[in-house]
Design a protein around this ligand. Structure first.
Ligand code: G1P
Length: 295
Protein backbone atom coordinates (compact mmCIF):
# COMPACT_ATOMS: atom_id res chain seq x y z
CA UNK A 1 0.00 0.00 0.00
CA UNK A 2 1.22 3.48 -0.78
CA UNK A 3 2.61 5.36 2.20
CA UNK A 4 1.59 8.97 1.76
CA UNK A 5 2.40 10.54 5.10
CA UNK A 6 5.43 10.94 7.31
CA UNK A 7 5.09 12.02 10.91
CA UNK A 8 8.09 14.04 12.04
CA UNK A 9 8.21 14.88 15.77
CA UNK A 10 9.89 18.25 16.30
CA UNK A 11 8.57 19.31 19.70
CA UNK A 12 11.80 18.72 21.67
CA UNK A 13 13.60 21.55 23.42
CA UNK A 14 17.01 20.89 21.85
CA UNK A 15 18.85 21.40 25.14
CA UNK A 16 22.10 20.03 23.75
CA UNK A 17 22.28 23.03 21.44
CA UNK A 18 21.52 25.75 24.00
CA UNK A 19 21.80 28.70 23.91
CA UNK A 20 21.24 28.61 20.11
CA UNK A 21 17.96 26.77 20.70
CA UNK A 22 16.69 29.41 23.13
CA UNK A 23 15.13 31.20 20.15
CA UNK A 24 15.82 28.97 17.14
CA UNK A 25 14.35 25.46 16.86
CA UNK A 26 17.11 22.85 16.84
CA UNK A 27 15.73 21.58 13.53
CA UNK A 28 16.46 24.96 11.93
CA UNK A 29 20.17 24.96 12.78
CA UNK A 30 21.91 24.73 9.41
CA UNK A 31 24.43 22.23 8.13
CA UNK A 32 26.13 24.40 5.48
CA UNK A 33 23.18 26.40 4.12
CA UNK A 34 20.32 23.96 4.70
CA UNK A 35 18.57 23.60 8.06
CA UNK A 36 18.78 20.07 9.50
CA UNK A 37 15.06 19.55 8.94
CA UNK A 38 15.55 20.11 5.21
CA UNK A 39 17.64 16.95 4.91
CA UNK A 40 15.00 14.95 6.80
CA UNK A 41 12.08 16.22 4.72
CA UNK A 42 14.11 15.59 1.58
CA UNK A 43 14.50 11.96 2.64
CA UNK A 44 10.71 11.76 3.07
CA UNK A 45 10.01 13.23 -0.37
CA UNK A 46 12.56 10.99 -2.09
CA UNK A 47 10.77 8.08 -0.40
CA UNK A 48 7.48 9.02 -2.06
CA UNK A 49 5.92 10.85 0.89
CA UNK A 50 3.32 13.45 -0.13
CA UNK A 51 2.44 15.03 3.21
CA UNK A 52 4.61 15.76 6.21
CA UNK A 53 2.95 15.97 9.63
CA UNK A 54 5.09 17.90 12.09
CA UNK A 55 4.40 17.33 15.78
CA UNK A 56 5.40 20.70 17.18
CA UNK A 57 5.39 22.75 20.35
CA UNK A 58 5.49 26.46 21.07
CA UNK A 59 8.45 28.31 19.57
CA UNK A 60 8.69 25.97 16.58
CA UNK A 61 6.80 28.01 13.96
CA UNK A 62 9.98 28.63 11.98
CA UNK A 63 9.91 25.00 10.83
CA UNK A 64 6.51 25.30 9.14
CA UNK A 65 7.35 28.76 7.83
CA UNK A 66 10.47 27.36 6.20
CA UNK A 67 8.38 25.05 4.02
CA UNK A 68 5.88 27.78 3.15
CA UNK A 69 6.09 30.40 0.40
CA UNK A 70 7.61 33.74 1.43
CA UNK A 71 6.32 36.35 -0.97
CA UNK A 72 8.11 39.40 0.51
CA UNK A 73 11.44 37.63 0.12
CA UNK A 74 10.55 36.43 -3.39
CA UNK A 75 9.63 40.04 -4.34
CA UNK A 76 12.88 41.32 -2.94
CA UNK A 77 14.91 38.72 -4.85
CA UNK A 78 13.05 39.50 -8.10
CA UNK A 79 13.60 43.25 -7.69
CA UNK A 80 17.29 42.69 -7.04
CA UNK A 81 17.80 40.28 -9.92
CA UNK A 82 18.79 37.40 -7.63
CA UNK A 83 17.14 34.74 -9.74
CA UNK A 84 19.24 31.77 -8.62
CA UNK A 85 18.37 32.49 -4.99
CA UNK A 86 14.74 33.04 -5.99
CA UNK A 87 14.55 29.59 -7.52
CA UNK A 88 16.05 28.00 -4.39
CA UNK A 89 13.54 29.74 -2.12
CA UNK A 90 10.59 28.95 -4.37
CA UNK A 91 11.53 25.28 -4.63
CA UNK A 92 11.49 24.89 -0.85
CA UNK A 93 8.05 26.51 -0.66
CA UNK A 94 6.74 23.90 -3.09
CA UNK A 95 8.61 20.87 -1.74
CA UNK A 96 5.80 19.13 0.09
CA UNK A 97 2.43 19.60 1.73
CA UNK A 98 2.91 20.35 5.42
CA UNK A 99 0.52 20.01 8.34
CA UNK A 100 1.31 20.46 11.98
CA UNK A 101 -0.15 19.48 15.31
CA UNK A 102 0.78 20.90 18.67
CA UNK A 103 1.97 18.47 21.31
CA UNK A 104 0.91 20.50 24.31
CA UNK A 105 2.84 18.48 26.86
CA UNK A 106 6.06 16.62 26.10
CA UNK A 107 5.15 13.19 27.41
CA UNK A 108 7.49 11.15 25.25
CA UNK A 109 7.98 9.98 21.67
CA UNK A 110 5.04 7.55 21.93
CA UNK A 111 2.76 10.41 22.93
CA UNK A 112 4.12 12.58 20.10
CA UNK A 113 3.28 9.93 17.48
CA UNK A 114 -0.18 9.39 19.00
CA UNK A 115 -0.88 13.12 18.45
CA UNK A 116 -0.90 12.38 14.68
CA UNK A 117 -3.72 9.82 14.94
CA UNK A 118 -6.56 11.98 13.61
CA UNK A 119 -4.58 13.28 10.65
CA UNK A 120 -3.12 9.92 9.69
CA UNK A 121 -6.39 8.03 10.10
CA UNK A 122 -6.60 4.44 8.99
CA UNK A 123 -3.55 4.36 6.73
CA UNK A 124 0.02 3.16 7.07
CA UNK A 125 2.54 5.94 7.60
CA UNK A 126 6.22 6.60 8.23
CA UNK A 127 7.84 8.15 11.29
CA UNK A 128 11.12 9.97 10.81
CA UNK A 129 13.12 11.44 13.67
CA UNK A 130 15.32 14.36 12.82
CA UNK A 131 18.20 13.81 15.22
CA UNK A 132 19.91 11.55 12.79
CA UNK A 133 20.38 12.23 9.11
CA UNK A 134 20.90 9.24 6.84
CA UNK A 135 22.28 9.75 3.35
CA UNK A 136 22.81 7.36 0.50
CA UNK A 137 21.59 6.51 -2.99
CA UNK A 138 18.42 4.83 -1.70
CA UNK A 139 16.63 6.87 1.00
CA UNK A 140 16.23 4.88 4.20
CA UNK A 141 12.47 5.44 4.54
CA UNK A 142 12.06 4.16 0.97
CA UNK A 143 14.03 1.03 1.92
CA UNK A 144 11.65 0.41 4.83
CA UNK A 145 8.58 0.99 2.66
CA UNK A 146 9.91 -1.59 0.20
CA UNK A 147 10.44 -4.15 2.99
CA UNK A 148 6.93 -3.45 4.27
CA UNK A 149 5.43 -3.94 0.81
CA UNK A 150 7.29 -7.23 0.38
CA UNK A 151 6.01 -8.47 3.74
CA UNK A 152 2.29 -7.92 3.44
CA UNK A 153 2.45 -4.26 4.56
CA UNK A 154 4.04 -5.17 7.89
CA UNK A 155 5.46 -2.68 10.40
CA UNK A 156 9.15 -2.11 9.75
CA UNK A 157 11.87 -0.51 11.83
CA UNK A 158 15.14 0.69 10.34
CA UNK A 159 18.16 -0.51 12.29
CA UNK A 160 21.92 -0.20 12.11
CA UNK A 161 24.80 -1.87 13.89
CA UNK A 162 26.28 0.29 16.61
CA UNK A 163 29.19 0.12 19.04
CA UNK A 164 27.85 -2.24 21.77
CA UNK A 165 28.90 0.33 24.38
CA UNK A 166 26.35 2.83 23.03
CA UNK A 167 23.15 0.81 23.42
CA UNK A 168 21.98 3.12 26.23
CA UNK A 169 21.27 5.84 23.61
CA UNK A 170 18.83 3.85 21.44
CA UNK A 171 15.96 1.46 21.05
CA UNK A 172 17.67 -1.93 20.53
CA UNK A 173 16.00 -4.80 18.66
CA UNK A 174 16.27 -8.55 18.65
CA UNK A 175 14.83 -10.93 16.08
CA UNK A 176 15.37 -13.71 13.59
CA UNK A 177 16.62 -13.09 10.07
CA UNK A 178 14.18 -13.97 7.31
CA UNK A 179 16.50 -13.55 4.32
CA UNK A 180 19.72 -15.16 3.18
CA UNK A 181 21.53 -11.79 3.07
CA UNK A 182 20.78 -11.27 6.79
CA UNK A 183 19.37 -7.79 6.30
CA UNK A 184 15.74 -8.24 7.35
CA UNK A 185 14.54 -9.91 10.54
CA UNK A 186 11.25 -10.62 12.18
CA UNK A 187 11.51 -8.69 15.41
CA UNK A 188 10.84 -10.54 18.65
CA UNK A 189 11.59 -7.79 21.13
CA UNK A 190 12.81 -4.23 21.45
CA UNK A 191 14.37 -2.62 24.53
CA UNK A 192 14.55 1.13 25.05
CA UNK A 193 18.02 2.40 25.91
CA UNK A 194 19.38 -0.70 27.69
CA UNK A 195 22.74 -0.69 29.43
CA UNK A 196 25.31 -2.58 27.30
CA UNK A 197 25.12 -5.56 29.68
CA UNK A 198 21.33 -5.81 29.27
CA UNK A 199 21.14 -5.15 25.51
CA UNK A 200 19.68 -7.99 23.43
CA UNK A 201 21.89 -7.03 20.43
CA UNK A 202 23.79 -4.11 18.95
CA UNK A 203 21.10 -3.31 16.36
CA UNK A 204 19.74 0.15 17.08
CA UNK A 205 17.13 2.33 15.45
CA UNK A 206 18.12 5.88 14.54
CA UNK A 207 14.41 6.73 14.37
CA UNK A 208 13.09 5.41 11.06
CA UNK A 209 9.83 3.46 11.09
CA UNK A 210 6.91 2.40 8.89
CA UNK A 211 3.73 1.63 10.81
CA UNK A 212 0.31 0.25 10.17
CA UNK A 213 -2.41 2.29 11.88
CA UNK A 214 -2.66 -0.38 14.64
CA UNK A 215 0.30 1.35 16.27
CA UNK A 216 -2.16 3.97 17.54
CA UNK A 217 -4.17 1.32 19.45
CA UNK A 218 -0.95 0.15 21.05
CA UNK A 219 0.10 3.72 21.88
CA UNK A 220 -3.20 4.29 23.65
CA UNK A 221 -2.72 1.42 26.09
CA UNK A 222 0.98 1.51 27.00
CA UNK A 223 1.90 2.75 30.46
CA UNK A 224 4.70 5.25 31.00
CA UNK A 225 8.06 3.58 30.40
CA UNK A 226 11.76 4.44 30.56
CA UNK A 227 12.34 7.97 31.89
CA UNK A 228 8.68 8.28 32.91
CA UNK A 229 7.71 8.85 29.26
CA UNK A 230 5.30 7.13 26.86
CA UNK A 231 7.79 5.23 24.75
CA UNK A 232 7.22 4.34 21.10
CA UNK A 233 9.39 1.28 21.79
CA UNK A 234 6.79 -0.11 24.23
CA UNK A 235 4.03 0.18 21.62
CA UNK A 236 6.25 -1.52 19.02
CA UNK A 237 6.79 -4.37 21.47
CA UNK A 238 3.03 -4.80 21.80
CA UNK A 239 2.69 -5.03 18.02
CA UNK A 240 5.54 -7.53 17.87
CA UNK A 241 3.66 -9.75 20.33
CA UNK A 242 0.40 -9.55 18.41
CA UNK A 243 1.45 -9.29 14.82
CA UNK A 244 4.37 -8.71 12.63
CA UNK A 245 7.15 -6.24 13.08
CA UNK A 246 10.23 -6.46 10.91
CA UNK A 247 13.58 -4.82 11.50
CA UNK A 248 15.69 -4.00 8.48
CA UNK A 249 19.40 -3.17 8.44
CA UNK A 250 19.33 -0.24 6.05
CA UNK A 251 22.04 0.97 3.72
CA UNK A 252 23.32 4.51 4.02
CA UNK A 253 25.67 6.71 5.96
CA UNK A 254 24.09 8.03 9.11
CA UNK A 255 25.03 11.18 10.96
CA UNK A 256 24.02 11.66 14.56
CA UNK A 257 23.28 15.39 14.45
CA UNK A 258 21.53 15.44 17.82
CA UNK A 259 24.74 16.40 19.61
CA UNK A 260 27.60 18.81 18.96
CA UNK A 261 30.20 16.21 17.92
CA UNK A 262 27.84 14.55 15.45
CA UNK A 263 26.83 17.97 14.17
CA UNK A 264 30.45 18.97 13.52
CA UNK A 265 31.09 15.62 11.86
CA UNK A 266 28.10 16.06 9.55
CA UNK A 267 29.10 19.63 8.70
CA UNK A 268 32.59 18.60 7.62
CA UNK A 269 31.44 15.54 5.74
CA UNK A 270 28.47 17.20 3.99
CA UNK A 271 30.79 19.99 2.86
CA UNK A 272 33.16 17.37 1.43
CA UNK A 273 30.26 15.55 -0.27
CA UNK A 274 28.96 18.71 -1.94
CA UNK A 275 30.57 19.76 -5.23
CA UNK A 276 30.15 23.47 -4.43
CA UNK A 277 31.94 23.31 -1.10
CA UNK A 278 34.30 20.36 -1.46
CA UNK A 279 37.34 22.35 -2.60
CA UNK A 280 36.78 24.97 0.10
CA UNK A 281 36.53 22.37 2.87
CA UNK A 282 39.62 20.47 1.70
CA UNK A 283 41.64 23.70 1.70
CA UNK A 284 40.34 24.69 5.14
CA UNK A 285 41.12 21.30 6.64
CA UNK A 286 44.65 21.37 5.21
CA UNK A 287 45.20 24.86 6.65
CA UNK A 288 43.95 23.85 10.10
CA UNK A 289 46.03 20.67 10.15
CA UNK A 290 49.14 22.79 9.61
CA UNK A 291 48.18 25.73 11.79
CA UNK A 292 47.26 23.61 14.81
CA UNK A 293 49.83 20.91 14.12
CA UNK A 294 47.16 18.18 14.02
CA UNK A 295 48.61 14.67 13.61
C1 G1P B 1 14.28 7.98 20.50
C2 G1P B 1 13.71 6.56 20.61
C3 G1P B 1 14.83 5.53 20.49
C4 G1P B 1 15.61 5.77 19.21
C5 G1P B 1 16.15 7.21 19.20
C6 G1P B 1 16.84 7.52 17.88
O1 G1P B 1 15.01 8.27 21.64
O2 G1P B 1 13.01 6.43 21.83
O3 G1P B 1 14.29 4.24 20.52
O4 G1P B 1 16.67 4.84 19.12
O5 G1P B 1 15.08 8.14 19.35
O6 G1P B 1 17.34 8.82 17.86
P1 G1P B 1 15.48 9.79 22.00
O7 G1P B 1 16.80 9.96 21.34
O8 G1P B 1 14.43 10.69 21.46
O9 G1P B 1 15.57 9.84 23.49
Amino acid sequence: MKIRRAVIPVAGKGTRFLPATKEVPKEMIPIINLPMIHYVVEEAILSGIEQVVFITSSGKNAIEDYFDRKFELEDFLIKNGKLKELELVQQIGKMVEVTSIRQKEQLGLGHAVLCAKDIVGNEPFAVILGDEIVRGPNPVTKQLIDVSTKNNNANVIGVMEIDPQETYKYGIVKGNFTDAQKKTMRMTTMVEKPKPADAPSNLATPGRYVFRPEIFDALKVIPKGVGGEYQLTDAINLLAKEGEVYAHIFEGARFDTGNIEGYLNATIEFALMNKDSEEMMRRLIKEKVQKYNIR
